[in-house]
Design a protein around this ligand. Structure first.
Ligand code: SER
Length: 318
């Protein structure tokens, strides 16, 4: 039986991943790791065990690994791209010093480790359309620097010590549960909230800015199915391109207007966000993920929009 620790369990992805893992492996087998300033609440708190697991404090991770006989760690602690630019030292401390702590505990206790990379691991010199799995990765953001280092360090621990590290490069993740904070792709979540609240949306990116995006259920499915994949089939490990949809602000706006025809949007470009978005791919080629562990997304922009609007209407009118 698996015993799983989710580090960053109260964050954007962690809060939903923890519940999904509990459904699959049993409530008592999935520990919600948190830092004291971000305690689990509600269903996350009530449905299973939680424990302090701070990536910057190796001992705290080790204590949980020992106590709960952890064999798999999902390490989701990170600062997103925009906030990492204003706090680069903290982004490194959490992203890389933190990863080192996780990998050392994993080496000692024999845990498998999932630490996501991102479309942010690419840069201006990367081919932008159908970005290949193996290509140039020279990002100029601190977020990107930490993500490329994450990929390299994770591969290093696999080849040098045999730690079972695996990961995906997440695109912008869209969800109706825990909002993201400080990312470049956040607009694609915020736009749905504005639409449902009947507010005009101020878009921080140019109308033609394409980026890869994914609905949360597909992102969770990707992480879990990669960790369950037969290792003999994995040629790559850290980290796989995955893709399900690529759109620009004008395309998502038009999609939402099919449901809310009087929804309004205005552009006020944020130069930092625009520069980051321009340096990232327009779309990823995820052939390797499809071939090596049968990755297949379920949602596209149309079906995601229907679900997002319905869920947010329920949530915001309660
Ligand atoms: N969602 C992230 C960001 O915008 C990218 O992976 O920073």
């Amino acid at each position: 039986m698996k015993n799983i620790l989710v580090i960053g369990a109260t964050g954007q992805i962690g809060s939903e991943l923890t519940l999904e893992l509990r459904k699959r492996y049993g409530n008592d087998h999935v520990i919600a790791g948190y830092i004291p300033s971000s305690m689990p609440q509600g269903e996350l708190k009530a449905s299973g065990p939680s424990a302090i697991a701070d990536v910057t404090d190796r001992q705290s991770i080790e204590v949980v690994a020992r106590q709960f006989k952890v064999d798999t760690i999902y390490n989701l602690a990170a600062l997103l791209s925009v906030v990492a630019e204003s706090r680069p030292a903290m982004a490194w401390k959490i992203g890389i010093d933190g990863l080192w702590n996780v990998l050392e505990v994993a080496r000692e206790y024999g845990c498998a480790v999932f630490t996501p990379s991102s479309i942010g691991s690419f840069g201006v010199s990367t081919p932008h359309v159908k970005t290949p799995q193996d290509t140039i990765q020279r990002p100029r953001t601190m977020y990107g620097v930490t993500k490329v280092t994450t990929e390299l360090l994770s591969d290093y621990y696999f080849t040098k010590y045999g730690v079972d590290t695996r990961a995906v490069r997440f695109p912008g993740i869209i969800s109706n549960v825990t909002p993201p904070g400080g990312g470049t792709t956040d607009y694609a979540v915020d736009i749905y909230y504005s639409a449902v609240k009947g507010e005009k949306f101020i878009c921080p990116l140019r109308p033609d800015t394409f980026m890869d995006m994914m609905y949360m259920p597909d992102a969770l499915h990707a992480a879990i199915s990669l960790m369950e994949a037969d290792p003999a089939r994995l040629i790559h490990r850290n980290a796989f391109n995955i893709a399900s949809m690529s759109f620009s602000p004008e395309i998502i706006y038009a999609e939402i207007r099919k449901h809310i025809p009087d929804f309004e949007m205005e552009y006020q470009v944020d130069p930092l966000k625009q520069a980051i978005a321009d340096s990232w791919p327009d779309s990823l080629d995820d052939t390797c993920a499809r071939e090596e562990w049968a990755w297949k997304p379920r949602y596209d922009l149309e079906t995601m929009t229907v679900d997002m609007l319905e869920k947010l209407k329920n949530k915001l009118t309660k």
